[in-house]
Design a protein around this ligand. Structure first.
Ligand code: F6P
Length: 195
């Protein structure tokens, strides 16, 4: 059975400053993760000649895939992080202070809340459909390097978690979630590569 490996990008410079969205580079810690991930993937998928690495089109996932060699890399715009529209680049504190109504509406219904000029979780779930179709078609392992909101949605699909839980699923940095789809159902393993 072919595994699907899900991981967020290594810690970004925006993560360090608690800023959402953007297209920042990796922090030093994030760069260390990219190397650990590459060691892990090269060992785990050593004899898997047809495996591939899928990233978003954002720097932080492309750089996280950087050290991995020997597998084709594919960029998907559909794997880009939720578009936070007018709030892009802000911290949650800044949103709370400068746009309190937006902050409250999101808190009330995080699944349906759409950032002004941006996206909601439901939008993200919808745009992931072609990625899911392609993932299900694959016969070889795939490593998906993406972002918090997107991975919550992808994970929920494979782990069969209810829609309303999606925005609240824990999706830590520097952790690989390995999903195996077998005849008896879905099996999951987690690898935390850094403390
Ligand atoms: O903070 C990292 C991040 O990927 C942001 O870019 C994004 O807006 C956010 O997480 C999504 O998580 P949440 O839906 O909990 O705000």
């Amino acid at each position: 059975p072919r595994p699907i490996l899900l991981t967020r990008h290594g810690e970004s410079r925006y993560n360090v400053r608690s800023r959402i969205g953007g297209d920042s580079l990796l922090s030093d810690t994030g760069e260390i993760y990219s190397k650990k991930l590459s060691n892990f993937v090269e060992k785990r998928l050593k004899s898997e000649k047809a495996a591939s690495i899928w990233t978003s089109t954002l720097q932080r996932t492309i750089l996280t895939a950087g050290p991995i060699v020997g597998f084709p890399k594919i960029q998907w715009r559909a794997l880009d992080e939720i578009n936070s529209g007018v709030c892009d680049g802000m911290t949650y504190e800044e949103i709370k202070r400068n746009m309190p109504e937006e902050y409250e509406s999101r808190k009330k219904d995080k699944l349906r809340y759409r950032y002004p000029r941006g996206e909601s979780y439901l939008d993200v779930i919808q745009r992931l459909e072609p990625v899911i179709i392609e993932l299900e078609r694959q016969r070889a392992p795939v490593v998906v390097i993406s972002h918090q909101a997107v991975l919550r949605a992808l994970y929920a699909y494979f782990a069969d978690r209810p829609l309303k839980e999606i925005p609240h699923i824990e999706m830590p940095l520097h952790t690989i979630i390995e999903i195996q789809m077998g005849v008896t159902g879905v099996q999951e393993k987690r690898y935390k590569l850094m403390d």
